[in-house]
Design a protein around this ligand. Structure first.
Ligand code: ADP
Ligand code: MG
Length: 406
């Protein structure tokens, strides 16, 4: 795989596929980690006299412009981080993009509007994606792939565009791949994996592969209820993926057979409804219950304190830890304790004499660590890609990496 050092970028238009999919509250960026993560690549290209055209997706618009998902606030923040103005194009391949790119001088940078405002970006139809990639290719002479959080997507800007331009991997992708190698080759043991979050079916697959690699698998977040239900507990109105119950049971069996410790929560923080994340208003019917006593109609929204202590104990002597997915709805103060406890446990394991290699992966997980006030530099690595990291650990081919290797 080529790196940016292998490209002669001076005076050239360089398309940088970044992942600037940051969490927003209205037009306020609540965590700028993904913008900071790609800034070194952009700066390196600008210093070498490139004309940099940055592109990204944001959220899940439906293939047409939608002001809720505009990258305009990101352009402002990117400019602050780079210390130079970022010209913002009001479209991706239209008149505004063409004019903005044409006006770029050496060492100048523009950000295009959301790639997913164009149906071709995510299309399952190769021809439709290809046609959009052709339009993107007209904007640049070189391609740098640095959107690690999107490399598991077979999208036009990730997969089809690099086939059309001389290409290289950016600094972020190089770094992320280095970390993932450390999690798959010569792993220091015990190796513990903590899984949580809300995208249950996305994440169940990784367990299959981890059963042969990890020593301990800890389950929290929305996924825990599928396992609890599989074990015969009632889970009230909690997030549940009924169709995954047989798979959950199979994993529990295989874990037992292969000596992998599978750790399921023993208590949970529940409420009568989903909390208001915008206002953070306290939930009145909050309570912590054991997992065999989840009241009908109530939702489990975090692991409980007994589980947090159990998880901390299971992480204390680990030498390698990979964590993806918050333990609860950490965006609300009443349901952030489990996530905070796991973050603290990783930090404790990282610090000598623990000296573990700790990796946090996932957009929300990384945002959680930072918004809960932890110093990100104290972790081994905070990855910008959850799905991408998981698919790599599952042993899948990542389309965006394959395209850069070709
Ligand atoms: P990541 O981005 O780190 O891969 P996900 O996107 O899978 O993580 O999940 C993050 C989301 O999961 C958070 O917004 C959080 O509120 C939510 N979540 C965690 N636990 C629960 C739960 N028990 N019920 C519903 N949502 C949950
Ligand atoms: Mg997420």
């Amino acid at each position: 795989m080529k790196t940016i050092d292998d490209l002669d970028v001076s005076g050239k238009r360089v398309f940088v596929r970044a992942d600037l999919n940051v969490p927003l509250n209205g037009t306020t960026i609540t965590d700028d980690g993904r913008i900071r993560a790609v800034a070194p690549t952009i700066t390196a290209l600008l210093e070498r006299g490139a004309r940099v055209v940055v592109a990204s997706h944001l959220g899940r618009p439906k293939g047409a412009p939608d002001p809720h998902f505009s990258l305009a606030p990101v352009a402002v923040r990117l400019g602050e981080l780079l210390g130079k103005p970022v010209a913002f194009a009001a479209d991706t391949v239209g008149d505004s993009a063409k004019a903005t790119v044409a006006a770029l001088g050496d060492g100048e940078v523009t950000l295009l509007e959301n790639l997913r405002f164009n149906a071709g970006e995510t299309s399952k139809d190769d021809a439709e994606r290809g046609a959009f990639a052709d339009q993107l290719a007209e904007l640049a002479e070189l391609y740098v792939g640095d959107g690690f959080g999107a490399v598991h997507r077979k999208h036009a800007s990730v997969y089809d565009l690099p086939a059309r331009l001389p290409h290289a991997a950016g600094l972020l992708i190089e770094k992320e791949l280095g970390v993932l190698k450390r999690l798959t080759e010569d792993v220091r043991r015990p190796y513990a994996v903590v899984l949580g979050g809300s995208k249950v079916s996305d994440k169940v697959g990784v367990i299959d592969n981890l059963l042969g690699k990890a020593d301990r698998i800890l389950i929290g977040g929305g996924m825990m209820f599928t396992f609890l239900k599989a074990l015969g507990h009632e889970v009230g109105a909690s997030l549940l993926q009924e169709d995954q119950i047989p798979v959950a049971l199979e994993y529990l069996e295989r874990a037992k057979a292969s000596g992998v410790e599978f750790i399921i929560p023993v208590d949970t923080a529940v409420a009568g409804g989903f909390p208001d994340l915008k206002t953070g208003a306290p939930v009145e019917d909050f309570e912590v219950v054991d997992v065999d006593a989840i009241p009908a109609g109530k939702l489990g929204l975090d692991i409980g304190p007994k589980t947090a202590a159990l998880f901390a104990e299971k992480l204390a002597d680990a030498k390698t830890v990979f964590w993806n997915g918050p333990m609860g709805v950490f965006e609300h103060p009443q349901f952030a304790d489990g996530t905070r406890a796991v973050a603290q446990a990783l930090l404790t394991a990282s610090t000598p004499p623990g000296d573990a290699f700790t990796v946090v992966g996932g957009g929300d997980s990384a945002a959680a660590v930072r918004t809960l006030g932890f110093d990100e530099n104290k972790f081994g690595h905070i990855s910008t890609g959850g799905g991408a990291s998981l698919e790599y650990l599952e042993g899948k081919t990542l389309p965006g990496i394959a395209a850069l290797e070709a």
